[in-house]
Design a protein around this ligand. Sequence first.
Ligand code: F3S
Length: 755
Amino acid sequence: MAFDIEMIKKVYENIPAKVDAAREKVGRPLTLSEKILFAHLHEDQPLENFGRAKDYVNFSPDRVAMQDATAQMALLQFMQAGRPKVAVPSTVHCDHLIQARDGAEEDLPRAKSESKEVFDFLASVSNKYGIGFWKPGAGIIHQVVLENYAFPGGMMIGTDSHTVNAGGLGMVAIGVGGADACDVMAGLPWELKWPKLIGVHLKGKLNGWTAPKDIILKVSGILTVKGGTGAIVEYFGEGAESLSCTGKGTICNMGAEIGATNSNFPYDEAMERYLRATDRNDVADAANNVKNYLKADPEVYADPEKYFDQIVEIDLDKLEPYLNGPFTPDLATPISEMKTTAEKNGWPLKVEWGLIGSCTNSSYEDLSRAASIAEQAVTKGLKTNADFGINPGSEQVRFTADRDGLLHIFEELDAKIFTNACGPCIGMWARVGAEKQEKNTIVHSFNRNFAKRADGNPNTYAFVASPEIVAALAIAGDLGFNPLTDTLTNNKGEQVKFDAPKGDELPTKGFAVDDPGYQAPAADGSGVSVVVAPDSNRLQLLEPFAPWEGTDLKGLKLLIKAKGKCTTDHISMAGPWLKFRGHLDNISNNMLIGAVNAFNGQTDSVKNELTGEYDHVPATQRAYKAAGIGSIVVGDENYGEGSSREHAAMEPRHLGVRAVLVKSFARIHETNLKKQGMLGLTFADKADYDKIQEDDIVDILGLTEFAPNKPLTIVLHHKDGSTDTFSVNHTYNAQQIEWFKAGGALNIIRKMHAN
Ligand code: F3S
């Protein structure tokens, strides 16, 4: 699968000198994360003792991975960059657009036909530009990456927040937006704020019913959904060494749920075993040569408080299984307390569905441990009291699990084997009866459990647990069942108890696969044509945005003054809009429809100043665009928080919004706005937000002398003839000002190539 051993060897060749130089520069021992970051500084980035959570630093990642929902816009942008080929090894994975309904045999062909146009587009772009293409059914991006591409000490970015999964194989792997992926594929540096470091010391050893999942469920409960923001979490200790590589992946994967930039583990024997089992002896051999550079310096492990910003300690000997939820992944309840807690809170106790899968928990080990519970149910005369569904993580896992009889065991319990894909985890689940919106409980081994995520029903109480606990609760059909202590009644009326789960870290007969679902790109893609039908409603080639006209911006209409939380979901909703991710004009019909208008408290209702009538936000903006009038969006605190989806910046740009003025920005969204050539401004005095009136005409002055650290001026022309004038700040550096002037970063990349 072309994992590029030469690239990996080069990384290992360079690691010692780069890390030694960095250690000398900072004058102290280094953690693993620091070693990987220092080893991947961009060649133009001077080596410094960077300030944690302070300095922006340029990196050169080794790889890029993209999933089908986000790859569309990333690749549409890349096509504009004018490059003949990607600059770093990159892959596309078709996993998000496959709905789980009847089981893989029916669901996969149906999805292939429904999204044929998108899959064909992704396949042809990949073929043309040297990108590896994983077909629908090949598996979930992060499992496929772990099996084929992740390597200890490497650095990658991916257009999915759970890219962090590759930390399980000792990588600094980070989720980004498509515009960032486009930059890296075009050979440009990638910028990240130097992270804070959280150390998690794992003492003791998992035993009995506890699984790697319980470690991250416990950590989520301690650190909460915000606790990892701006930080890399490093795991270490004897407990860390005792975990399988895929188990480490589970833990790193759910680092996204605590907001961590990445999580990782030091290189160890479990990683080596996994590399060898997945046919990568050469990577394991090469890693062994630089072993000490793939873990923190010994002084760090001896005195971690000195080197990490925060330390968390967990004793695995005493850990018990957890169930996290409902509605948030950090609400952690030990299984022994679930019955009482659920009764107290009125959570429905009857479990309707048990689902095993997602990028977090769909490895061979996961399936084998869950199957050991299912097998006991069969032999002990039990049946499932809930519906039961399984999504294997990859075709390699599915094929091997099938060969070894694991899938057959699930089928004996009437489980549905869904496609090797995201399925219910991303809401691609045709759950019968969900539209009735009844209050109900499901248990799954996924990572996220926000309201409506799996089945669109806001009254589905979703709880996250390890695959073996999911299996036990699906069989019991009872959220309050504790398999460590409780018994169930079998078909003979006897009380039976489960033994603790057993499983294989790796298949004893080795992995096997018939067709992994990989398509290598053409060696020379110049002759490959990429076809996008002009009348397609799912795909649309991008047109370059117009450059700045060279003057101050005057006479802008106020499109909306948003009040309160305005996340990327409020700006560009997901759910039913997922299918338009490759069509900028169509997806722009969701622009800001979730934002609350400060003047009437309503969503998707703003005054069209041309008619005086209230209308939908996208329709109003389209009217301004048609009349050749620019507009401005005003927002509150932390505008654009949430995901890195660049549609939230591209849609306003496409529809003719000229500036976004807010109290404060979420960093990634602010960068995305800059990349698309938009003006992202902040009130110098937040109280000036209150001066904005509904019928204002807005001027932005100072653009002809636009410079770093130099405020711009806003003039509000109110309806009564009065004016207000105030300063606004920006964080554009010299390079970003060039993006603004050129009409977007891509226009510059294209120009660089043309020269
Ligand atoms: Fe897919 Fe869910 Fe992971 S959507 S990538 S399985 S978090």
